[in-house]
Design a protein around this ligand. Sequence first.
Ligand SMILES: Cc1cc2nc3c(=O)[nH]c(=O)nc-3n(C[C@H](O)[C@H](O)[C@H](O)COP(=O)(O)OP(=O)(O)OC[C@H]3O[C@@H](n4cnc5c(N)ncnc54)[C@H](O)[C@@H]3O)c2cc1C
Length: 395
Amino acid sequence: MAKIAVLERKCTGCGLCQRGCPFGAIDMANGRPAFNAACRVCGLCVKACPNQAIVKLETRTSTVDKSQWRDILVFAEVSGGRLHPVALELIGKARELAAPLGFKVRAILAGSGVAAEAMELRHYDVDEIAVYDDPQLAYFRADVFAACVEDYIRAVKPSVVLVGATSLGRSLAPRLATRFRTGLTADCTKLEMRENTDLVQIRPAFGGNIMAQIVTANTRPQFATVRYKVMNAPARSDEPSGAIVQRVLPKAARESRVSCVGVTPVPPKTSISDAEILVVGGRGLQKEADLAMIRHLAALLGGDWAVSRPLVEKGWATNERQIGLSGRTVRPRLIITCGVSGAIQFATCMRDSEFIVAINTDRAAPIFDVAHVAIVDDLYKVVPELIEKLKEARA
Ligand SMILES: Cc1cc2nc3c(=O)[nH]c(=O)nc-3n(C[C@H](O)[C@H](O)[C@H](O)COP(=O)(O)OP(=O)(O)OC[C@H]3O[C@@H](n4cnc5c(N)ncnc54)[C@H](O)[C@@H]3O)c2cc1C
């Protein structure tokens, strides 16, 4: 990292630096240069100053000894008394990343009465399952959970920590990354491991227009969150393996500043991420009432319905039904998109569905690049026909 500094005692306020800056990054305030957000730290102002009053400061970055950080740790979330399926997906990915480096796969479970979940994890090829089982962990409190995970990380020094991008995970992971003064990449869609143990964290950036490869090159551990349904869960083996290690709640976890005064259970909601069959309406729909045929088709197929973002923006559906970067990632067995163009921000989060049928009048619509079956036609003709055919088949 570099930055520009002004040596006040040498600066005469001549303004030559301001004139020499091609980015308009210097404002003269009280006769002294002040650098604004346009500064690229190019150093031209340093050369322009006749009094050597401007200097470029380089910060030396120290690099951690990467060989001291081994293994991959997965935070196995328990929500509503059951193991969140994203934990299994992360374990599957962790095994894949760990294998070439000879790393172990570790999992950490925190909760109250989580013995059964720990036993269940033994069927997913985890080398060590660290369990913090304590009444203090009955409900999620970010500081208490973070203290437990921090305790285990300090004990085993994993190179990588994978956390599900759930509400809980999104609260926990940044807190931990800050404690270790290290990097965190949120919502990764792909993970790769380099020989030097740098985790290549790949995710859409700049509104989904590029896939950024992010590396935490100088610090450890490397934190990444991954959304549910992005990775593949491994098959459950009949034979349990791996060791369960009971850990004692660290002192810091007993000193929470958060106390739980009551719990109001939220009725369980179905999520489009869990649907096996999805029918999706896009901006090709002309009015809100037309969503009824999308719902009807979904119901006949025994599935759920979803939308693209413009329909949420119009207030026709809630964000929970939106597929895409700013909505949910889905991976159903069958997805039928109706009047959806297939913009990158949408397609990235549904392209791994098993079977994709797209209905669109525009032959050049990008949705056809990911579709297995392309229906170039009017949805107002195709969807009612499909509904009729399904009704006939049922009758
Ligand atoms: C940072 C960022 C995040 C975003 N996140 C999301 C996100 O999470 N989810 C999301 O969906 N978008 C997201 N977007 C918006 C995204 O870029 C697109 O604008 C959006 O996906 C377009 O939705 P659409 O396909 O329904 O509409 P359009 O792009 O307008 O496409 C409508 C399609 O319907 C077809 N059509 C029209 N009439 C008919 C008919 N009668 N029969 C058949 N086909 C018809 C048209 O040919 C067209 O292809 C995001 C954008 C940004 C910048």
